[in-house]
Design a binder for this molecule. Structure first.
Ligand SMILES: Cc1ncc(COP(=O)(O)O)c(C=O)c1O
Length: 382
């Protein structure tokens, strides 16, 4: 086995999709894949059997959605440039604006577009209910001073003619109880807009941890059904990323060297926190690690190593892990749950080689989709 390598497991992906599909059916809602979290388009043929399209953060993701997924494209960006917007009008099914100023700036362009008139393009506004439920400030769009979404105060007196739906995204790895309290804030602050007859859809964003075993799907279904009924909505949309790809992929690595400093054993790997799993530093997040003998590493124990990457960053450290045997150069380690918010975020900082990308098919065979070389590094730089 050549490392480093991401391996995406299609059987695991299908397991998640089956759960999401049941929610869709029970709640009579639509669910799309948030490309920002997972965008391995070679797996789209499977996802397309279950979901309604993709959520795009701008033109490039919208193009990927249109070209490789080929169903609905729901686009939202904190701010559009005019040339980008002109292309997005051609390929988006929903185009959501973040602020009244963006809406008012581009409204005329959007409203005169033939796709708007034919009903293929719907225009929406992202709202900010200012109701924080998460625990990590960097993932809280509702924090005071946030740039994400329009507050009731910012909305005062704005002409929304042409807007047919609202969009909110306030959750991150959360259960439906937090959606419940968020919806209560939305009823209070934006209920008067949702009640307007021209508002026909609501996009409840991502951050719903639907495929986690303790997620309360029944409550989610109830909330969607109640909201649809309360405002006579035609559609409610969810746009999760993580829930689709959680526990569907691994990152395989090799031990390059072992050093000891001040009594601390350190294994230097051919994978890097900063280059290949940046959420380990940003979230922060501690991945599970499987040792060379197939046994899970633990947080403490006899053969304890600090696992670090080959970059110059002193903090390029994945964490401290104990193994059942001493590690040695050439040993293979497997980092679990590495499909989402990894491949979409990687860099070749320090010229660290990018992991290959492989698919594990449902019959168990592994297909290498792409290997990266020096030219991929060079060509990104000019
Ligand atoms: C607007 C929007 N929609 C959807 C998502 C997907 O969220 P998640 O992957 O947590 O489900 C995000 C994530 O940041 C987002 O910003």
């Amino acid at each position: 086995m050549t490392t480093p390598r991401y391996v995406i497991d299609l059987a695991a992906l299908r397991r998640n999709l089956e759960i999401l599909s049941k929610v869709k059916q029970d709640a009579e809602c639509k669910i799309v894949l948030a490309l920002k979290g997972y965008a391995l388009w070679k797996s789209f043929p499977l996802i397309r059997d279950y979901l309604d399209g993709c959520c795009a953060s701008g033109l490039w993701e919208a193009k990927l959605s249109q070209q490789e997924f080929g169903s609905h494209t729901l686009t939202y960006s904190p701010a559009y440039k005019e040339p980008e917007l002109l292309e997005l009008l051609e390929i988006s099914n929903h185009l959501d604006f973040n602020s009244p100023s963006q809406w008012l700036r581009f409204r005329d362009l959007a409203l005169k577009h033939p796709r708007y008139h034919s009903g293929k393009l719907k225009l929406g506004l992202r709202i900010n209910p200012e109701h924080s439920t998460g625990s990590t400030p960097i993932y809280d769009p509702c924090a005071a001073g946030s740039r994400l979404g329009t507050t009731t105060e910012q909305l005062d007196g704005v002409d929304l003619t042409g807007i047919t739906g609202l969009h909110f995204h306030t959750l991150c790895e959360q259960n439906s109880h937090d959606l419940k309290s968020t919806l209560e804030a939305i009823h209070q602050k934006f209920g008067h807009i949702l009640s307007r007859p021209e508002i026909t859809w609501l996009n409840m964003g991502g951050g719903h941890w639907i495929t986690k075993p303790d997620y309360d799907c029944d409550l989610l279904v109830k909330l969607i059904r109640e909201t649809k009924q309360r405002y006579q909505l035609e559609d409610v949309w969810l746009e999760p990323g993580e829930a689709i790809a959680i526990h569907t992929g691994v990152l395989e690595a090799s031990v390059l060297d072992i050093v000891t400093n001040a009594g601390q054993h350190i294994a230097i790997l051919d994978v890097s926190a900063t280059c290949h799993m940046p959420d380990v530093l940003e979230m922060p997040y501690r991945p599970d690690v499987i040792g060379p003998n197939g046994l899970a590493a633990t947080a403490s124990g006899q053969h304890l190593y600090r696992l670090g990457g080959p970059s110059c960053l002193a903090g390029d450290v994945i964490g401290d892990y104990a193994f059942s045997n001493p590690l040695k150069v050439g040993d293979k380690l497997t980092f679990d749950d590495m499909a989402h918010y990894t491949m979409v975020k990687t860099t070749t900082f320090n010229g660290v080689p990018h992991p290959a990308i492989a698919l594990k098919h449902e019959d168990g065979s592994i297909e290498c989709l792409r290997e990266f070389g020096y030219h991929d590094f060079r060509d990104r730089l000019c």
